[in-house]
Design a protein around this ligand. Sequence first.
Ligand SMILES: Nc1ncnc2c1ncn2[C@@H]1O[C@H](COP(=O)(O)OP(=O)(O)OP(=O)(O)O)[C@@H](O)[C@H]1O
Ligand SMILES: [Mg+2]
Length: 207
Amino acid sequence: MRLEVEPTDWGQVLGEAVANFLPLAGEKGVHLSLRKPEELPKVLVDKFRISEVISNLLANAIAYTRPGGSVELSAQADDLEVTTQIKDTGQGIPESARSRLFTKFFRVSGVLEQGSKGTGLGLYISKAIIDMHKGKIWVESSLGVGSTFFFTVPVVEAAKELKVVEAKKEEAIAVPELAQPAVERSPTPVAANTANKKTKRFFKRKS
Ligand SMILES: Nc1ncnc2c1ncn2[C@@H]1O[C@H](COP(=O)(O)OP(=O)(O)OP(=O)(O)O)[C@@H](O)[C@H]1O
Ligand SMILES: [Mg+2]
């Protein structure tokens, strides 16, 4: 998988993500909101890839929260990084599952997973993308109360220190496992209900 990073307006990325998911949240009866400071520093990210991470986390938060619950996307910055939070009032994640949450094909066998269509790849792919950005991703959760997923991406100045290269196409960072040719990319952020498409893309990339 190649990263094509460029200085990116994070507030805009978050706004687009929420706009994409409002219909799905509305259908499910889950209240979706965005809270962010007026000013956020620019971050150095591959907008297409990082939008996939936000989409995975929002799709999960909505899927694993019952109607009447809420999901809030928020962000705050320090000198080095922007931390984004996806907080839900869902079923929560048992402590015993948390260490395996970001591994391939892992799903909790709870009520809301039964009969749902997930493949257990969303968080695995998300972690791979965040790792490539030299960021961190983690979760805090309380059973029956809800979960908050956090991830960080570097602000432009700090990214230079971290050697998240500001890559032109020909010098993009190459990561062997998730190879996908740049021509397959869509210029728009990943749309709302992408679980099946995402899985297909993942396997296509791997072959
Ligand atoms: N916000 C959440 N609240 C409760 N459980 C969650 C949440 N996010 C993820 N999980 C649990 O973690 C598991 C793994 O999530 P992941 O996104 O990797 O896979 P998935 O949603 O099952 O399938 P997909 O590959 O379509 O995303 C889920 O099956 C679910 O059990
Ligand atoms: Mg998922």
